[in-house]
Design a protein. Sequence first.
Length: 366
Amino acid sequence: MQKKVSIGLLLPSSTILPMSKEFETGFKKSISNIKDEWEVEIHPEFIAQGSAKRVEEALDKFFHYHQVDLVSGIISNRVAMMVSDKFQKNKKPIVINNIGEHLPDASKFNEYIFLNSTNTWQQIWSLSNWAVKKFGKKGMFVSGMYDAGYSFMKMMSDGMQAANPNAEIPYSVAPLDDSKVYSQVDRVFEHIEMFKPDFVFAFFCGTEATQFLNGYVSRGYHQTLPLLSLPFLLEEFNTIETPITIYTSLNSSVELELGMPYTETVSLFNQLGQQTGSAVAEGLKQTDTTSLVESFKNAIEKSHVNIAKVGQNANIYLIENQHYGNKNDIRKQIQEKLPTIQNDSPQFLAAISEFSSSWENPYLGI
């Protein structure tokens, strides 16, 4: 006889990527591996941009109407910390998924909260730290108004200063245009010219990423000024014969071979969904002898995904991207493994005690 489990999925909207669809597809693919033993009932709930208010409303529906056994989906670390009491009160586990746009404060989580994240905060620290050693002490932060509202600048600054206490971080945040929707991306170039940095770390996504890359190339910066970014900058731009080199990073749960091409087999959010679905499936297999929460703890400790032990034992790799303009034809290579910061280090503990982000929604949830 099949056992039954009810799962609530928190799915935010995005005009940048179909992240919720990709996550749900990956989750369902992995969870289907237990269909012979378990009847899985999934309740998707759309939470708009993923604010604490919308998440709380969805959780009330999950717990008091659907009476779910567990929750998963995409929400930010900041919102997870704001609503953590609901999981403790209802004694229901949640596996949170995000890219790690906010710093996670372990003291504000509880035993019912598990985290599956690429920990972008940690990757930014590593990439910035490497860039200071490679290019020089002056690294410039440039972004749109939206992208500036996360912990990105704080971790860039900390990574740079760990490499050189005298590091400088001039910045330029593009103001919104008249529509109050998009940033005036070209405005950052006048500041790049003014500050003359050793390298630039650009935080743009969607159409603003395309505008920035076109502006960077048309001004010739791609030939003289090293460029770092998150993977979301790798959008289309006007095709060129000599590629622009963009340095990004990768958080891998396993060791990777250096000097090899890097190929993404599935999208980031599909991968998060598959990882979480696998962990949930493994946890459910163990529930005959343990509680659901304990079974998740056991399953997660055995799994090869970045869940629960936030940022610990991370493998952060430098990726060199040769981008000619077509985002589907970028030549990517694994360059080296980078040093990183741990979530129990004095520098990180000092960082979480400071105000470093203003938005609640997960990155790309716009």
